[in-house]
Design a protein around this ligand. Sequence first.
Ligand SMILES: [Zn+2]
Length: 429
Amino acid sequence: MSTAIILAYFSLRWSGWLTGLFWLLFLPTSMAQQQCHAEEIARRNLERSPWLQDTRAAANQIIRNAPLSIVAGRTIVEIPVVIHVVFKGSLENISEGQILSQMKVLNADYRRLNADTSLTPLFFQPVAADMELQFCLAQTDPDGKPTSGITRTSTPWNNIGQLVAPDGRPRIHYSDLGGKDAWDPEHYLNIWVCQIGGGILGFGTYPGSAPLAEDGVVIDARYFGTTGLAAFYPPHHLGRTATHEIAHYFNLLHIWGPDEYSCADDDEVADTPGQRGPFLDCPAYPQFSCGNSVMFMNFLDYTNDACMSLFTEGQKVRLRAALFSTRSGLLDSNGCQSAPAGTSTTKRPKFMIAPNPAGTYTKIRLPEKPMAVIVRVTGLNGKLWLEQPVVPGVDTITLDCSQIPAGLYCITVVFSNTVANSLFIKGLK
Ligand SMILES: [Zn+2]
């Protein structure tokens, strides 16, 4: 940042104001952007796999369909986590102690039990939220066997966290490329801890923004947890990188929104004041941007670990909408229970759609004991095409699709206590 300002100053003196303006406008933020690569990874994935545009749109639609009654319910949800340590040198083969120190931070930050809540300015205290998320190291692996929730893999690659193989796949997510295969990403939050390099602290994938095998969070070993290797890397030594990246995984955006040059867009959360671009280091309160006193101490900004202290109620609603819809496989997981769990059980109701692709009609077959209340068909742009109440006790619903144009749609079945989603295609005939 300071380099950029110096460059801007000299450009102004010697190369004219236009060049100076260039440095001032673009370099500081592009340098700042290095910290978190969530947006860059989403863009890279989209270039490689254009179909992800549809999966992300579908995920967003599924999230929008999550009923507020369920999202707003007060329940503490436990998220099973697997830590994949992928190391080049022994330094990055971080200790169990360092991993546990990270779990401790997550379980404090996502319950607002962090010791530094007093650093949240009085003005923002009323919107500070207990996110009601807990994280456990998985005790049962995808095969139903006992596990520590930690895998360890030696790799020949430096900076594997940002390496892409010739076939376009990021190495970190694949065992055959020197990384480590994910555990069933629908039922576990996969966190890869490795060298990333390039000043990147980590990244998380938004719902639907990555192929399933690459879904999760990647953190540089130097910025993971608070002890061991991390202790040598202030100001990112208090475990807030994982707090931030996991929030992306649950659909939270940077507090300034997708465009760091604009006041017009924001993070789609009402109680986080709009700001232009990230705040860095540890500024004194208050700071102003876009006419607001901004919440630079939010976990979704870029300030130092020691200067972040809150999520908001609005972020909680957005996060839980993702958790109870597109990420709801985590709720079915038995990863947090100790083995032998035997076979995994699916508590979430499933339904079948046939024919799919649909013609002038399609049928939805509900689980054995249907408690469905309503069925909705929405386009990926959010347009509601069909809404049909379900007669109690009926297990097959016929949907008249004759008025729906050909394309990809989301079917949402709202049950009395949960919600299930599926995609279907309306064919041409
Ligand atoms: Zn980020």
